[in-house]
Design a protein around this ligand. Structure first.
Ligand code: ADE
Length: 226
């Protein structure tokens, strides 16, 4: 999978792409993450990428010219046709199911905005898929792009050690994950449930299933409604 990130802060994306599990996935060439500075496509000597909003109002708006040029430039860097994703609080909320779907793509281009948002003709002319990471406003799309990449790249086959790690976790079956324990058996008077210690795998499976349902009911009842 190749992911191009169009951003005003490529150094943030480069640090992310070189660190921890994502860093290893890139080193193993399971995924390629390429950050491109939108400012390189500015059309003036000041390297401007934004301007005042028509009609007045606070803040600055990302301009069409540099964004269109940057998208067209990175699209042409590879034969595979990319899915273009704009990170914006106005988008479809990122879920595990969307992460799953995106993990099957050969190529993504992520467009990160800053300031008060994008000139709306970027939506009109480039028809990106718009994705939000939640109902709150960040200072820019970079952190949102990293959240999306993290959720997607870990699902790419080979990135995590064992397949089980993604099949038994929260949301993989629409439920939250059951409680987990490791050694010691007792810590500050708190013990590990007996069922996990007696080697009865059918009983363990049953207990975990019940715990998943219980946790989901109390913490995220919205996940059970459909
Ligand atoms: N940019 C600013 N806030 C955002 C959010 N919640 N999701 C995606 N992109 C954003």
């Amino acid at each position: 999978m190749r992911i191009d990130v169009l951003t005003l802060f490529p150094e943030l994306i480069d640090a992310f792409a070189g660190t921890s599990i994502i860093g290893r996935a890139c080193a193993a060439e399971l995924v390629r993450i390429v950050a491109t500075d939108i400012r390189d496509f500015a059309r003036d000597n000041h390297r401007s990428v934004d301007d005042k909003p028509f009609g007045g109002g606070p803040g600055m708006v990302m301009s069409c010219g540099p964004v269109f040029d940057a998208v067209e430039h990175v699209t042409a860097l590879d034969d595979a046709k990319p899915s273009l994703i704009m990170l914006t609080p106005q988008g479809q909320t990122l879920t595990q199911s969307l992460a799953n779907e995106l993990s099957g793509c050969d190529r993504l281009v992520l467009l990160c905005g800053h300031y008060e948002g994008f000139d709306d003709r970027i939506r009109e002319g480039l028809s990106p898929r718009e994705v939000s990471v939640g109902d709150y406003v960040l200072t820019g799309g970079e952190v949102a792009a990293m959240v999306l990449m993290d959720a997607v790249v870990r699902l790419v086959p080979g990135v995590l050690g064992s397949d089980q790690s993604t099949t038994e976790e929260s949301f993989s079956d629409g439920l939250l994950e059951y409680p987990q324990y490791t050694r010691p058996r007792e810590f500050r008077g708190m013990t590990v449930p007996d069922v996990l210690l007696n080697g009865d795998h059918a009983a363990i499976l049953r207990w975990r299933q019940e715990q998943s349902v219980e946790r989901t009911k109390t913490r995220r009842p919205d996940l059970l409604r459909d």
